[in-house]
Design a protein around this ligand. Sequence first.
Ligand SMILES: C[S@@+](CC[C@H](N)C(=O)[O-])C[C@H]1O[C@@H](n2cnc3c(N)ncnc32)[C@H](O)[C@@H]1O
Length: 276
Amino acid sequence: MEDDMPNSLFQQYSRLVYEQCGINLHEGKKALLQARLNKRLRMTGIDSYKEYFKFITSGANPGEFVNFIDSISTNLTYFFREAQHFDFMNRVGLPELIEAKRKQRDVRIRIWSAGCSTGEEPYSLAMCVLAHLQDITKWDFRILATDISTRVLETASRGVYSEEKVKKVPPALRHAYFRKVGGEDGNSDFQIVPHVKRLITFYRLNLKDPYPFKGPFDFIFCRNVMIYFDKKTQEELVNKMAGFLRAGGYFCVGHSESLTGLAHKLSYVQPAIYRN
Ligand SMILES: C[S@@+](CC[C@H](N)C(=O)[O-])C[C@H]1O[C@@H](n2cnc3c(N)ncnc32)[C@H](O)[C@@H]1O
């Protein structure tokens, strides 16, 4: 296995990643890319970065191309991450939405978790909304949860999390929406109950590709995803996603992200929250 990657090859990888998924791999990410690639080289038995590049770009190995994208994406997430968003949903977003829907005799509620990683975000959103809907049978409530990585989507669809991970879930919600199941080494794991799981549709979607649905969504959460994209890609994607938001719908980004400096039609509500 190679120790170092020539800069010209790093540029080729960097361009490929940018063109395919919008992620900006600058020079400082070379060591990270190599570490992630080493694992793929071991798994495939290919012994150089150059050969691996040819292998994934030849068009003959689409499965390994997906594995490559999976290996370079950063998937950190946790339940109820960025409490300010859930606080806003509880205080403003959901009461306002439910009131408006009641007046319009509209029972449809749609949320999109774009870049959902291993599922903690859409499940947290489902639990948050359920607390506001007195009789779920009267509502047509669904969450669409998408990610470019098939690996994280498998975990998300299983909906089974370690005790450590569910510690972030408020106890009342943990009791209501998780069931204990046997985990590894005698530890318990926690499984999302079926009636919450059923509210969510998980599928693979590269945000740079055309979106095969119509919306409109009442809320779009695209948090800690665009941080890896350059300004041009961020601007394109924000405008594209905003086109799937209903009038008055909310768009949430991560608190370390911001739409400042991007041309878009959304109005600023508070840090990391925008409105159509
Ligand atoms: C750091 S996680 C954020 C998860 C969650 N939204 C949160 O805030 O906790 C970023 C996710 O974005 C996904 N991602 C990166 N580029 C993407 C793209 N072009 N299209 C769709 N998802 C992408 C990654 O696979 C990863 O799961």
